[in-house]
Design a protein around this ligand. Sequence first.
Ligand code: 9C2
Ligand code: ZN
Length: 437
Amino acid sequence: MTDKLFRLECGFQNYDWGKLGQESAVAQFISNSNPEIEISSTTPYAELWMGTHPTKPSFNYNTSNKLIDIISSDPERYLGSHIAKSFNNDLPFLFKVLSIEKVLSIQAHPDKNLAKLLNQNDPKNYPDNNHKPEMAIALTKFEGFCGFKPLTEIHYYISNIPELLNLIGGSESLNYFNQNIQFNSNSPINKKILKLLFSNLMNSNQNDISLNSTNLIKRVQSNPEIFQKFDPDLPILIKTLNKQFPNDIGLFCGCLLLNYCKLNPGEAIFLKAKDPHAYISGNILECMASSDNVIRAGFTPKFKDVNVLVNNLTYNYDSVENQKLKPILNNNNRLILNSNENENENENNSLKLYNPPIEEFEVLEINLSHPNHSLNFKKFNGPSILITTEGSGFIKNLESNQQFTCNAGYIYFISANLEIQLISNSSNFTSYRAFCE
Ligand SMILES: NNC(=O)[C@@H](O)[C@H](O)[C@H](O)COP(=O)(O)O
Ligand SMILES: [Zn+2]
């Protein structure tokens, strides 16, 4: 029988938008964890997958047994009875590292009902029947599009950028917007108006998109100030993304209709199912319900399902600040047993709990600031996956007293109902523990 704490060997995706070679945090982590893996300097290393999802399943590092097979051998032992019953004897979440060089697709993820339908009708493009709410935690500076801009900002862009107006239906659409929008309200009419404008835009023909993209870039070059009313960096972003995906509809639906969100390390965003988004740059940890269902509509060479996206978005609109997920700081009592260190050391360690409003996952960032600090964790009523991203230390099974090394890129599965200890042997020993209980 496999121990309740064991190291994982995880798979990775070479999507085109990933950072190249050793520039990629994904490449650094996989080659740190397994030096036999050759890293090619011309290959993008986009995503590291930690979990049981069949698209890229994880394995026991020492025995090469599949994680899902270990769990299936005794779901209560590895998941705990509550999680085993609630999630059909499988791991509820998929935990990833993303290292982003180029913009990802303009996308949204289905809720459970839509996922079932899409998986039934088109299993090739929608490989499972699960929803995919997701959270991104910035490891470096990160940029991304998330959710529709506030209505006042959308009104400004459709009123001042003719190329956008041309693609959303011209002056007729602008009049409809002006006569019906209810600013500072959550009225359903606002979502109806947003959906009409977005549908017109996303169903534009490529000739119109190319013509208006060319003119948009000219306008950005000649009158950048028009684009800088809400963010001084928008002109540079539009030019950068046009270089990555020339004359793409994403220049309009992403840059001019979605929030341009910038995160500093440690900040996070949570995307509910059906929220439009597209990540632009940076290294992040991403945690999601265990699914690979992505509905795409721009900035991508992959399969686009424009009508499914247009007909299924939430059409929520809000400020960037309100899209961010604030972590709970140093809330020790729920998760920590005790810490073998004196008071002043305690002040330097930090715990940040990212707990989005869904049941599948939470993520705890654990930072032990100096060598020879340690933290003892209570038994969690469910499974965890822990990855070390910085520094080095050890993880100890407090039942068997077995201890294992943690270096950047090392990943461990921690079964339910197991007390573990983390011990640092460097400064800034940082790990992230995704869990469900
Ligand atoms: N927002 N992030 C995600 O949903 C990731 O988990 C997905 O795996 C990526 O979006 C996949 O991106 P492409 O389909 O290659 O554009
Ligand atoms: Zn996504």
